[in-house]
Design a protein around this ligand. Structure first.
Ligand code: ZN
Length: 259
């Protein structure tokens, strides 16, 4: 659904599998963190490869129920955001509870990242807000797999400053082996936890790692936050839905002030 003339990552994966068999690469993990759904990648490999896609813009073939076909069933994972403004906390929650457990179980020989940066904070099309630090942590968590064989193929990104800062953070992480300096604020949206649960339920037949429920303390904390969102919304403030920074304390303070 993006603007690429050629699907570089899909071509690379196909080449590795079919033309360079002597390299012994059998398991390829494709991670797409561009906000647009990689529908062509999904269509090319839905019966062959394990790969992972974030999808933000709704489309009929980007559902989390699209999990591959035939021999590839269970190897296609879509995480379709329900709305914009997803940021570091949301992406890293998905990393921790879907992607990293899958990567550990799948044990890829190489990781190819469709590295669009239109989910970066400030991008005019993406509507998400990943910081350069967030990208560097997401990347670092993948670098422990496949003996470090990881490829970032540049794709989308439509705010040149956001794009430059995000690519710089990732290049620095690759070169130095650690994330750039930074820290996180905020927590995942309620919808993010719900989506993570739905994706894990869809896949637990194929991946035993998902047969374990999410820790209860996460779900309890999530319910608390969801109730606060409902209260704030009922009081007529929708500001929290437009904010990238969502510290719980700030929301509680606002509820007290209005009430
Ligand atoms: Zn895109």
């Amino acid at each position: 659904m993006g603007f690429c003339l050629f699907n570089n990552v899909a071509i690379a994966a196909s080449y590795l599998l079919n033309e360079r068999t002597k390299l012994g690469i059998r398991r390829i993990l494709i991670v797409e963190w561009d906000v647009h759904h990689g529908n062509d990648t999904q269509n090319m490999f839905k019966v062959i490869l394990g790969y992972f896609i974030f999808q933000y813009i709704a489309s009929s073939d980007g559902s989390h129920c699209m999990i591959g076909e035939d021999h590839g069933v269970g190897y296609n994972i879509n995480v379709p955001w329900e709305h914009g403004q997803c940021g570091d906390a949301d992406y890293l929650a998905v990393w921790d509870h879907i992607l990293i457990p899958i990567a550990e179980a799948y044990n890829p020989d190489i990781i190819l990242i469709s590295a669009g940066f239109d989910a970066a904070m400030g991008d005019p099309l993406g509507g998400c807000c990943i910081t350069p630090y967030g990208y560097s942590v997401m990347l670092k968590r993948l670098m422990k797999f496949a003996d470090g064989k990881i490829v970032l193929a540049l794709e989308g990104g439509y705010n040149l400053n956001s794009l430059a800062n995000s690519v710089f953070a990732c290049a620095k992480t690759l070169l130095e082996g650690s994330p750039i300096v930074g820290n996180f604020e905020g927590r995942p949206f309620e919808s993010t936890w719900r989506l993570i649960n739905e994706v894990r339920n869809e896949l637990k037949t194929y991946w035993s790692v998902f047969s374990i429920d999410l820790p209860e303390e996460i779900l309890i904390a999530n319910v608390e936050r969801y109730l606060i969102q409902v209260i704030v919304h009922a009081l007529g403030s929708t500001e929290i839905y437009c904010s990238c920074v969502r510290p719980l304390k700030m929301i509680q303070t606002r509820v007290t002030k209005i009430g």
